[in-house]
Design a protein around this ligand. Structure first.
Ligand SMILES: Cc1cc2nc3c(=O)[nH]c(=O)nc-3n(C[C@H](O)[C@H](O)[C@H](O)COP(=O)(O)OP(=O)(O)OC[C@H]3O[C@@H](n4cnc5c(N)ncnc54)[C@H](O)[C@@H]3O)c2cc1C
Ligand code: HEM
Length: 259
């Protein structure tokens, strides 16, 4: 629990953190990948290079901290992010890593303005928010695993059929290697693919919506090929060019708030 004094600190410093958002975020990711290069296996490096999504994580922590007294108001957003985390395979032990590096980034960017009280307030606020995510995600992991045909993390599927739909879109029909039944899914849900590309140091994780009806023997995904020119769409091009019928890919169970 945060003290009233800490809540006041959060309210009065959140605008300053927002103002320095880009600096804090880029410092945060530099520290995170320097200290934990294994996390390059799960973060999308194209997003990092384009600067598109970096702000999302830090901004949502600031937004959550601003709602620290009415966290129920942000639960729909938490659920949506938690679905993505569960789909990717974010684990409880990674929360303190993100927290420590975020705190360090705030301390570095605020410099001498980062008093001990300010840093402690943000550390505690992060802890409260992280615990909510951890709990919501633990339930999602359990559900994904406990459902009929469910599994934990990633499971090998093979490409039963590869169908070129147009110049840019190819569908992949995926079936579980272990021949277990397929868990159901709802329209709008997606799976994560984790691909290991020859010559690449880290794995690449991407989400693809399920494009067929539930209840069949396959999950179908339809992948649009990003431009083959520099800068490459690494996974979509790999799937179009290198992945063929009979090949296997690890995927996570369907996730996402259904429509
Ligand atoms: C919930 C969800 C569902 C999705 N469903 C689908 C789906 O059904 N079908 C589908 O095709 N996609 C879907 N996507 C998108 C998909 O996950 C991938 O983002 C998409 O296939 C591109 O991945 P990639 O690895 O090919 O491209 P990336 O390598 O991730 O690159 C993405 C873009 O960034 C550009 N880029 C890469 N490096 C740089 C750089 N250094 N500087 C500037 N630009 C750069 C690339 O040219 C490309 O246009 C979905 C995404 C989400 C989140
Ligand atoms: C309270 C802490 C956290 C918050 C508020 C948070 C918030 C977010 C948000 C808003 C997104 C974007 C969601 C979307 O695109 O729909 C995201 C994505 C993601 N998060 Fe978190 N996150 C937190 C902790 C973590 C942790 C501990 C990890 C693991 C190290 C992690 C890994 C990821 C990854 C890999 C993505 C996908 C980003 C990408 O595509 O590169 N997050 N998170």
């Amino acid at each position: 629990m945060l003290t009233n004094y800490q809540k006041e600190i959060i309210k009065s410093t959140a605008p300053v953190l927002r103002e320095h958002g880009t600096k804090i975020t880029s410092r945060f990711y530099n520290l995170l990948f320097e200290n934990h290069p294994e996390l390059l296996n799960i973060f999308n490096q194209a997003n990092q290079k384009q600067g598109k999504q970096q702000l999302a994580l830090a901004n949502s922590i600031i937004a959550a901290a601003e709602h620290i007294e009415q966290l129920e108001e942000i639960m729909p957003v938490v659920e949506q992010i938690a679905h993505k985390h569960r789909s990717i395979g974010v684990t409880a032990d990674q929360y303190p890593i993100v927290g420590d590096n975020l705190l360090q980034a705030i301390a570095d960017v605020l410099g001498e303005n980062a008093t001990e009280d300010i840093l402690n307030a943000w550390r505690d606020a992060y802890g409260v928010i992280a615990n909510i995510f951890i709990e919501v995600e633990a339930n999602m992991y359990e559900q994904a695993e406990q459902q009929e045909g469910g599994w934990k993390g990633y499971k090998e599927f093979y490409v039963a059929q590869k169908v070129k739909e147009s110049d840019v879109i190819t569908s992949f029909y995926l079936r579980p290697v272990d021949q277990q039944p397929l868990p159901p899914f709802n329209p709008g849900q997606y799976i994560s693919l984790k691909v290991s590309i020859p010559g690449e140091t880290y794995t690449h994780v991407r989400q693809y919506s399920l494009s067929n009806k539930a209840g069949g023997e396959c999950y179908r995904i339809s992948i649009k090929r990003e431009s083959e020119y520099d800068p490459n769409g690494i996974v979509s091009n790999f799937m179009h060019e290198q992945v063929n019928e009979g090949d296997t890919i690890p995927i996570s169970a369907p996730a996402g708030i259904s429509h």
